[in-house]
Design a protein around this ligand. Structure first.
Ligand code: HEC
Ligand code: HEC
Length: 331
């Protein structure tokens, strides 16, 4: 109820619709993750970093969602098995638990459903669920961890994706400077950044980029006022529904940590945040912003960089003589 209302307000009231009261701000702070099952999160972390879930034995979730680089790969489109050129830009996994659905077109309902995809995707990790389970099953420490968390040492893909999702839920980035400001620390932002935030609201960016993730909560057409020129064949939600009205509709990306997640848009065509801001203002809102305004909005966007995940790197349990061998070069 809350999100559609925000969206409707933002779209219909346009400029200056938001009062300055923090509770009325279109963006809410991110709360730190509450970890209720540390053993599950630890297991999920191991799986997240384990390249043995891929056919090559070389590609892990972290390869394309590098947690040292804002949860993305900083490439226009990802590199998959056999150095295949991926079809679309890798979205950040940071704060992805806040998304209304997963993937640019929302084809997975949640993180658990999403996590099964890449392992079996021939262009990503190029494995099968059965082969991945065979690898895990051959490693006694993994069997023991699954038994501890799920009460059975028969490892299922359901439990693998559940553990990965539990780890991903911890990948939130609270305490950005903007959040500190929202929570009342008026010195957390400088004048340029504040002016940028005011503009971000006034020109109407918050119609689509709102909520605690500053996005992630609706699907919108890319190129609302002016079409988006791209050679990338992705059609957005229309690829799923076949509905012409859904052409170029994508999940609005989160703008949290956007400073770290270049290049931008589903085709990764723009490397500079200033350019992305300019494109958005023109294509989504029909506004040509001045250079100074673009700089101000960009300065504001950089205050959305929060505390990055920080944890001990997992030591992965070694393979055994029974573990199927990786196939790094076989097609
Ligand atoms: C080869 C690169 C690659 C690998 C490996 C990979 N991903 Fe992704 N991931 C992508 C790309 C590209 C997308 C966007 C695909 C789309 O939307 O069609 C994506 C999307 C996602 C999303 C959705 C985020 C959002 O905002 O919609 C999540 C979550 C995710 N991946 C988690 C994982 C997990 C978990 C693994 C390991 C099991 C993994 N990824 C492995 C490239 C990769
Ligand atoms: C009508 C909805 C809408 C409005 C208004 C809007 N955006 Fe967007 N924004 C989107 C969508 C959809 C995308 C993803 C487009 C794509 O990848 O093709 C996006 C992507 C972005 C990105 C790239 C993020 C990434 O990770 O790739 C930035 C930056 C951005 N918007 C900033 C802004 C700013 C600044 C404004 C105001 C000037 C704005 N947006 C207004 C819907 C909107």
């Amino acid at each position: 109820m809350f999100k559609p209302l925000l969206l409707a307000l933002g779209l219909s009231m346009g400029t200056g619709a938001w009062a300055a009261l923090p509770s009325n701000e279109p963006i809410q702070p991110i709360e730190p993750a509450k970890i209720t099952n540390p053993a599950k999160v630890e297991l999920g972390k191991q799986l997240w970093f384990d390249p043995r879930l891929s056919r090559s034995g070389f590609i892990s979730c972290n390869s394309c969602h590098n947690l040292s680089m804002g949860g993305s790969d900083n490439l226009p489109t990802s590199i998959g098995h056999n150095w295949q050129e991926g079809p679309i830009n890798s979205p950040t996994v940071l704060n992805s638990s806040l998304n209304l659905a997963q993937f640019w077109d929302g084809r997975a309902a949640d993180l658990k459903e999403q996590a099964g995809g890449p392992i079996a995707n021939p262009m990503e990790m190029a494995f099968t669920h059965d082969l991945a389970l065979g690898v895990l099953d051959s490693i006694p420490q993994y069997r023991a961890s699954f038994k501890k968390v799920y009460g059975s040492d028969t490892i299922s893909i359901d439990n693998v994706t559940d553990a990965i999702a539990a780890f991903e839920e911890t990948l939130v980035t609270p305490n950005s400077r903007f959040d500190l400001w929202l929570k009342g620390d008026k010195k957390a932002l400088n004048k340029t950044e504040l002016a940028g935030y005011q503009l971000f609201k006034d020109v109407g960016c918050t119609a689509c980029h709102n909520g605690s993730a500053v996005g992630g909560n609706s699907f919108q057409k890319m190129g609302l006022v002016e079409p988006y020129a791209t050679t990338n064949p992705a059609e957005g939600v229309a690829g799923l529904t076949g509905n012409d009205a859904d052409r170029m509709k994508f999940k609005v990306p989160t703008l949290r940590n956007v400073e770290l997640t270049y290049p931008y848009f589903h085709d990764g065509a723009y490397w500079k945040l200033e350019e992305a801001v300019d494109v958005m203002a023109r294509l989504q809102l029909g506004r040509k912003l001045e250079t100074k305004q673009i700089e101000q909005i960009t300065a504001f966007l950089k205050t959305l960089t929060g505390e990055q995940p920080s944890f001990t790197m997992p030591t992965l349990p070694p393979s055994t003589n029974k573990t199927p061998l990786p196939q790094p070069f076989n097609k």
